[in-house]
Design a protein around this ligand. Sequence first.
Ligand SMILES: Cc1cc2nc3c(=O)[nH]c(=O)nc-3n(C[C@H](O)[C@H](O)[C@H](O)COP(=O)(O)O)c2cc1C
Length: 392
Amino acid sequence: MQKRRIKDRIFWLGAVDWDRRLFDSLIPLPDGTSYNAYLIEGSEKTVLLDTVDPPMADELMAQLEGVARIDYIISHHAEQDHSGTIPRVLEKYPEARLVSTPKAKELLSDLLQISDASFKTVEDGETLSLGDKTLKFMHTPWVHWPETMVTYLEEDRILFSCDFLGSHIATNELFVTDECRVYEAAKRYFAEIMMPFRSMIQKNLEKLAPLDIEMIAPSHGQIYSRPAFIMDAYHDWVSGAPKNMVVLPYVSMHESTRRMAEHLTAALSEQGVKVELFNLAIADIGKLAMTLVDAGTIVVGTPTVLAGPHPYAAYATFLANALKPRAKLLSIIGSYSWGGKTVEVLAGMIPNLKVEVLDPVLCKGLPTPATFKALDEMAVTIARKHKDLGFA
Ligand SMILES: Cc1cc2nc3c(=O)[nH]c(=O)nc-3n(C[C@H](O)[C@H](O)[C@H](O)COP(=O)(O)O)c2cc1C
């Protein structure tokens, strides 16, 4: 794809990765993604903001063919999907200075072995004049690495936010046209990448609030010409109470835990509690992460396998602990035959979660009427606690 004009002397460059289905060897990408770079031609200086993932470097280099000079390359984030092509750009434009936070300089030096002489580090709030256009750099740490920053182009009121506020979507439409679709993709992205840093995100949102923003141009997905859409969504995801909702990831080899999970789902429905049920043998882990953004309660369903939880249940629990969702309650249900330490192992895997652990419901073999009664009681307890906690 050729470079594309966004506004007067401001262009999108980069690559659309239609086929990519997995990110970080972990995260499913149902809609592919894009690596967005941007070119700004000031009256005196020209800058490139970020680059692309190295496998797509040729596309960026082809777009730069007609660009005679680049004075600055802005690196908002040192992760290789944005920074990995910087060495090639520096080879083509050896006079260009690489602008980053001091922390990003450290990371870029380690990850890409870029020499010290190329760097110009910038402090929080520092500006850089391109002649008739001015860049203002704002340090926004932990969205989602420690070195991240964003750039505000003052005259055009564009915020270049890199990973912050982005979404994984492959499309040839530069601007958001379908907010419902982008909401889903951005929420998935937030859940997988940003959720562990909720409090830092809140601080960064507050820091950006005074800016008069006409457009937000992230480094994945589409450009927002209605910034309030994504800002409001982020406010909702990081602050406020969770929802009256249970996320119930489970795995079952011989039906017992599945019957328990389905019974609990029905009992919670009777109590007016929304349930997101995931069979971990086939679940999209990204979708599970998305539901963790809102869940008031997490219930993990697992049989006992080799004296502990089924590995899929352990994986989901490990993931939930790493993502640090705002759920306030957690419990465990499942079936066993002769014994083990399933509950102890799972309970020991959630040090990051600030949850009250409700009594687990375990049964030997197939669930009995007593098992179902205990699950009914669990549903009543969850519904009551959600109400007391004000989860709507
Ligand atoms: C590979 C394997 C290992 C198991 N290890 C244990 C165990 O260590 N302790 C135990 O109590 N049951 C163990 N079981 C039995 C299951 O926990 C039991 O059959 C349970 O009811 C299965 O639940 P499910 O129907 O939800 O899969 C094991 C079963 C399998 C297939």
